[in-house]
Design a protein around this ligand. Structure first.
Ligand SMILES: C[S@@+](CC[C@H](N)C(=O)[O-])C[C@H]1O[C@@H](n2cnc3c(N)ncnc32)[C@H](O)[C@@H]1O
Length: 208
């Protein structure tokens, strides 16, 4: 799908002026594969003096960003949720912007394509069953473990997820079961479709 939700950080006037301070960071779980999220979020963080962490289970993006300055941190892990549980607490930082876009979602329309079966096989080689239930659970665990470290005023950018009244949570896609955790923690949800693209994000401590 690839909804590019992170561009709301410069498109929305209020988000442009988020207050940032010391010991805050930007965390992306699921590094880019050429689409630009890692470059974009690193630059956003760097411009505000915040450290940046891009977390992934494969080193592809790490190779791409190998000559980056010290405020760029690529974190290779067995699962993003594991990094959130064990490594994030050791940073002693508050997350200002969190971007959740990792464990790939299967759109049944794409099952006709060989690339999707290759992707499922690549997950299997890491011992992971790539299915939508596991995808949602992985994103839910990431939300659970990140929540204690979110700055009160913060943004959660969500990709490949949408409002869906036919599901038990009211949401579907990668963060179908993660979004309710943020709502319970006081976040509000916003869907921005101003440029015809569906961008979903959560925000707290901000008047939009
Ligand atoms: C859709 S891509 C990310 C795209 C990028 N965020 C963007 O917007 O351009 C998904 C990434 O998630 C990674 N991934 C898969 N399972 C993961 C997991 N359990 N934890 C963290 N990353 C994972 C994949 O290796 C892949 O690089």
């Amino acid at each position: 799908m690839g909804m590019i939700p992170y561009t709301v950080l410069h498109e929305n006037n209020t988000l442009k002026n988020l207050q940032t301070g010391p010991n805050q960071c930007v965390v992306e779980i699921g590094s880019e594969r050429g689409e630009g999220s890692t470059s974009y979020l690193y630059q956003w963080a760097h411009n505000r003096g915040l450290d940046f962490y891009s977390v992934d289970v494969v080193p592809d993006a790490q190779a791409h960003f190998k000559d980056m300055p010290p405020d760029f941190n690529f974190c290779l892990t067995e699962a993003g949720s594991e990094w959130c549980k064990t490594k994030l607490p050791l940073l002693h930082k508050r997350i200002k912007v969190l971007y959740l876009d990792n464990f790939d979602w299967i759109d049944p329309n794409n099952l006709q394509y060989q690339w999707l079966h290759d992707q499922i096989a690549a997950y299997a080689e890491r011992g992971v069953v790539m299915n939508n239930e596991n995808c949602q659970e992985e994103h839910r665990l990431q939300a659970l473990h990140c929540l204690p470290y979110m700055d009160y005023q913060s943004i959660v950018l969500i990709d490949d997820s949408w409002i869906d009244s036919t599901t038990t949570t009211g949401f579907n896609g990668k963060c179908g079961t993660a979004i309710p955790l943020f709502l319970t923690a006081g976040y509000k949800i916003r869907v921005d479709e101003t440029d015809g693209k569906y961008k979903l994000f959560l925000y707290r401590g901000i008047e939009l």
